[in-house]
Write a protein that binds this ligand. Structure first.
Ligand code: PGA
Length: 251
C-alpha cells in the first residue's frame, strides 16, 4: 500500500508573513486528509522558520536542493546533513529548473541523489521530457536515461525510501497538464523500469505527477493506478488550492 504524497514546491517564493498564513491554513486543513502525506518544500532560508511553525503537526518538511558531501569550500551551497539537522525529511533532486537553468547534468543529479540518501534524506527525483522530446517520440528514452544514470551510480537499494516525480517539462508552470492517460502511461513505464531492478521497491515506491496540477485536474490524475500523489508548484502557494488537491486524494 502506497500512501499518497502531496508535496508543495514553493520554489523562490514567500516572505515570512506570507509563509505564516500559508502554514496556518495548511495546518488547519491537514487533519481532514489523514490518508495523504503532506509535505512542504520552502527555500533554504525559510526552512528553520517553517520547521518551527510545523512542530506538533504531521506535515513533513523538505528542501529544494542540496550539494555533495557534508561540508567544505563550496560557497553558497548547503549539504544534506545540514538539512537533516534542521529537520528536513525530504529533498528534491533534479528538478527541471535545476537541470536547465543551473546546468545540472545526469551525473551531478545522480551524485546529489546519492548524497541525499547518505545524509538520511528521502530524495524526490524529478524526471521528465521536453515538448520537443515528446513530439519526437523520445519520452521513454529520456525518462530511461534520467533514471538509469541514478540507478547505476547510487544502486537500486538507494531507491528504497526515494520518491520519483514525473514532471513533463512542457507542463511545468504552463497551465498545460498531461492527460491522466498520458501521465499514467509514463508512470507505468517508470515502475516497470524499477521492477526490472527490484520488484519490491517498484511496488512500494511512490511516483508523483507534477506539472500544472490544480484543484480542477487533480482528481482525474490521482485516480490513476500508478499516480501516487503530486508535486505542486503554483497551486501550493495558496492553502485553499493546496488543500483542495489534498481533498482529491482517493481514500
Ligand atoms: P507547477 O510546478 O505546478 O507550477 O507546474 C510544478 C513543479 O515545478 O514542481
Amino acid at each position: 500500500m502506497r500512501k499518497p504524497l502531496i508535496a508543495g514546491n514553493w520554489k523562490m517564493h514567500g516572505s515570512k508573513s506570507q509563509i505564516q498564513s500559508l502554514i496556518d491554513g495548511i495546518k488547519h486543513g491537514a487533519p481532514h486528509y489523514p490518508h495523504a502525506e503532506i509535505l512542504v518544500l520552502p527555500t533554504f532560508v525559510h526552512l528553520d522558520y517553517v520547521h518551527n511553525l510545523l512542530s506538533h503537526t504531521s506535515i513533513q518538511l523538505g528542501a529544494q536542493n542540496l550539494y555533495l558531501g557534508t561540508q567544505g569550500a563550496f560557497t553558497g551551497e548547503v549539504s544534506g546533513c545540514m538539512l537533516t539537522e534542521i529537520g528536513c525529511q525530504y529533498v528534491l533532486v533534479g528538478h527541471s529548473e535545476r537541470r536547465t537553468l543551473f546546468h545540472e547534468d545526469l551525473n551531478l543529479v545522480a551524485e546529489k541523489f546519492k548524497a541525499a540518501v547518505t545524509s538520511g534524506l528521502k530524495p524526490i527525483l524529478c524526471i521528465g521530457e521536453t515538448k520537443d522530446e515528446r513530439e519526437r517520440g523520445d519520452t521513454e528514452r529520456v525518462i530511461s536515461d534520467q533514471l538509469q544514470s541514478v540507478i547505476q551510480l547510487a544502486g537500486i537499494e538507494a531507491f528504497r525510501e526515494a520518491v520519483i516525480a514525473y514532471e513533463p517539462v512542457w507542463a511545468i508552470g504552463t497551465g498545460l497538464t498531461a492527460t491522466p492517460e498520458q501521465a499514467q502511461a509514463v508512470h507505468a513505464f517508470i515502475r516497470q523500469l524499477i521492477s526490472q531492478n527490484h520488484i519490491d521497491i517498484a511496488n512500494t515506491m511512490r511516483i508523483l505527477y507534477g506539472g500544472s496540477m490544480k484543484p480542477d485536474n487533480a482528481a482525474s490524475l490521482l485516480a490513476m493506478p500508478d499516480i501516487d500523489g503530486g508535486l505542486i508548484g503554483g497551486a501550493s502557494l495558496s492553502a485553499e488550492s493546496f488543500l483542495k488537491i489534498c481533498a482529491e486524494v482517493p481514500k
